[in-house]
Design a protein around this ligand. Structure first.
Ligand code: GAR
Length: 200
């Protein structure tokens, strides 16, 4: 059982998809801890319903990113986390977290990277006028949404779409590909060569 630590900031629907996949044995893994930088994140309530330990570590209570991330690393280590999954975690990952979990930390982003990294990816896609967007699960590196890509799923943009309708259709795909990416890692099926992720 791969021990998963999930970092969130808000709703936690991806967290829920991961919990469900673990509980129904679609992933040989277990969510052992959930950490949110936002104490009001709904995802914390979702985790509690499944008896998963939760920690609200508010970045605003720390003088700098390193001290904040040291606290996160401490909690992840206490729970012997083997894979860190960012699931709607809206903070930039700094060197402390990255140094400890490089190659063992993944993220989901609501666009077909490398298009539209950063905030408001769905809005960026609409404003750019692309016809197809989607979502990406990737390893975390020092850039913003730049790490090696594990899985992507495409979502066509409809003429009537606004940011909300598009985000909703992308989320449905996120809930499918994020557990699948975790399954591949938990089953030790992936290797990273440079910036390319390959099936072993
Ligand atoms: C998801 O769409 C996720 O891809 C996005 O935030 C949403 C969180 O939803 N993440 C980012 O934009 C990270 N840059 P959730 O809290 O319901 O999982």
């Amino acid at each position: 059982m791969l021990k998963l630590g999930i970092l969130i900031s808000g709703e936690g629907s991806n967290l829920q998809a991961i919990i469900n996949a673990c509980e129904s044995d679609r992933i040989p893994g277990k969510v052992v801890v959930v950490i949110s930088n936002n104490p009001d994140a709904h995802g914390l309530e979702r985790a509690k319903k499944h008896n998963i330990p939760v920690f609200a570590i508010d970045h605003r209570s720390y003088s700098d990113r390193n001290t904040y991330e040291l606290e996160i690393v401490k909690v992840l280590q206490q729970h012997e986390v083997e894979l860190v999954c960012l699931a709607g975690y809206m903070r930039i990952v700094g060197e402390v977290l990255l140094q400890r979990y490089r190659g063992k930390m993944i993220n989901i982003h609501p666009s077909l990277l490398p298009s539209f990294p950063g905030l408001h990816a769905q809005r960026q896609a609409l404003e750019h006028g692309v016809l197809i967007t989607g979502c990406t699960v990737h390893y975390v590196d020092e850039g913003c949404d730049t790490g090696p890509i594990i899985i992507q799923s495409a979502v066509p943009i409809m003429e009537k779409d606004d940011e909300n309708t598009l985000a909703e259709r992308i989320l449905a795909q996120e809930h499918a590909i994020y557990p699948e990416a975790i399954r591949l890692i938990a089953e030790d099926k992936l290797k990273i060569e440079g910036r390319i992720v390959k099936l072993k």
